[in-house]
Design a protein around this ligand. Structure first.
Ligand code: PLP
Length: 418
């Protein structure tokens, strides 16, 4: 195990996980099922305020958004635009830079299809890191195929940290147009030094696209400070509803992008020969918007900031430190991902046992973890494994659940390796 640079700093704000947990109906009586839910990197449970905001949006102010003259429609539209302002504030951007999408996957596909396909030329390079989720790799492969650009990779080391010298080397080649990188790895927990990489990319003329799916729910994020061009995250991983996410794009970048989907709500004028389009962000929101989901997301962002992102960050790093210590003594256990700066999760393999079998035994012990390649097959290849066990944490995760994880893994080891 590496030294734990994840330990809670002494001056970090405190967080009462038990009290916060009580705000989650799925984790409280009568709904809670006695399960340690350690899969928050995949998706989070929802606090009552988010469910209430969703219900209010469907019951009290539900109507067509930006399409009606009636009062309910105007109210629904105002709530949707209010959610856009809330999302902008969450990221330190402006409301007209926020595009609502279905999630991180759609956000990155949007940038790849619109900015990518219109700005990439044959021989151009798209730089990704070795720890990307498939969502931040496959859309770039599609854009590269369409434009004869190519993907280049800044690899990760044995800890799961990005090789910054490789980033510099690739940028020095002068062909990199896009740098696509995760802020926090979903497979390893590595916190990537995004601000540093953006500062390297800018003078090299490369546009930066940050996959914030794992970072936005747990780290303070300010897009201006990071210096990125695009930042994406998903509502459902941030205590918010499914089917809604955010793409923040720098105003200048969005302005130079054509629509990527056509339909209602994004046009100025349409005739049979051609159409003209609205300005961003509406230009990128074809079709009926997910209004109540956006309102639910705004409630989730309010809730996160009410708890405090510095407190959430400290809480989750402390959980990672505790879990790392608890599991470290188990014979045959190997951590996959020991970056000095990491958060959110622990990922591991056990000699002589398949991750899926471990996951099944953990499930029988009422410990819910994710097993598999975590949509990051290149990461698995890098570490020479096909799958890992990943326990991932949220605001509501308790020390007792980490203990339950430790006991269940010990039991799985005894059962699977004798
Ligand atoms: N990027 C990372 C780092 C993720 O962890 C995930 C989801 O697991 C995604 C992208 C894709 O997010 P979504 O499925 O919500 O679009």
């Amino acid at each position: 195990m590496s030294e734990i640079a994840t330990a809670r700093p002494p001056d970090a704000p405190a967080l009462d996980a038990a009290a916060l947990r009580a705000q989650f109906p799925a984790l409280s009586p009568p709904h809670e099922r006695g399960v340690a839910f350690l899969d928050s990197a995949a998706t989070t449970q929802k606090p009552r305020v988010v469910l209430a905001a969703l219900e209010r949006a469907y019951v009290e102010t539900y109507g067509a958004i930006a399409r009606g003259v009636y009062r309910l429609s105007a109210e629904a539209t105002a709530a949707y635009e209010g959610a856009r302002e809330r999302a902008a504030r969450f990221l330190g951007g402006a409301a007209d830079e926020v595009v609502f999408v279905r999630g991180t996957t759609e956000a990155i596909n949007l940038v790849a299809a619109s900015w990518g396909r219109t700005h990439l030329a044959p021989g151009d390079e798209i730089l990704v890191t070795g720890l990307e989720h498939h969502s931040n790799l496959v859309p770039w492969q599609l854009a590269a195929q369409a434009t004869d650009a190519r993907i280049v990779v800044a690899p990760i080391d044995d800890r799961g940290e990005v090789d910054l010298e490789a980033v510099e080397r690739h940028l020095a080649g002068g062909r990199v147009r896009i740098v696509a990188l995760a802020h926090v790895s979903n497979a390893l927990g590595t916190i990537v030094p995004v601000e540093k990489i953006c500062a390297l990319a800018r003078p090299a003329g490369a546009v930066t696209v940050v996959d914030g799916a794992q970072a936005a729910p747990r780290l303070p994020v300010d897009v201006r400070q990071l210096g990125c061009d695009f930042y994406a995250f998903s509502g459902h991983k941030a205590y918010g509803p499914n089917g809604i996410g955010v793409l923040w794009g720098h105003r200048d970048r969005l302005a130079e992008m054509p629509p990527w989907q056509g339909g209602g709500g994004m046009i100025r004028e349409v005739n049979f020969d051609r159409s003209t389009f609205l300005d961003p962000p509406q230009r990128f929101e074809a079709g009926t918007p997910a209004g109540p989901e956006a309102v639910g997301l705004a409630a989730a962002l309010d809730w996160i900031d009410g708890v405090g992102r510095a407190a959430i960050d400290a809480h989750e790093r402390a959980l990672v430190a505790h879990a790392s210590e608890r599991l470290a003594g188990i014979p045959g256990l190997r951590f996959i991902g020991t970056a000095r700066q990491r958060t959110a999760l622990v990922s591991f393999v056990l000699a002589g046992a398949h991750a899926h079998d471990i996951g099944t035994i953990l499930d029988a012990a009422s410990v819910a973890v994710r097993v598999g390649h975590h949509c990051a097959q290149p990461v698995m290849d890098r570490f020479g494994v096909t799958a890992t066990v990943r326990a991932s944490f949220g605001v509501y995760t308790t020390e007792a659940e980490i203990e339950a994880l430790g006991r269940a893994v010990e039991r799985a080891r005894r059962m699977l390796t004798g």
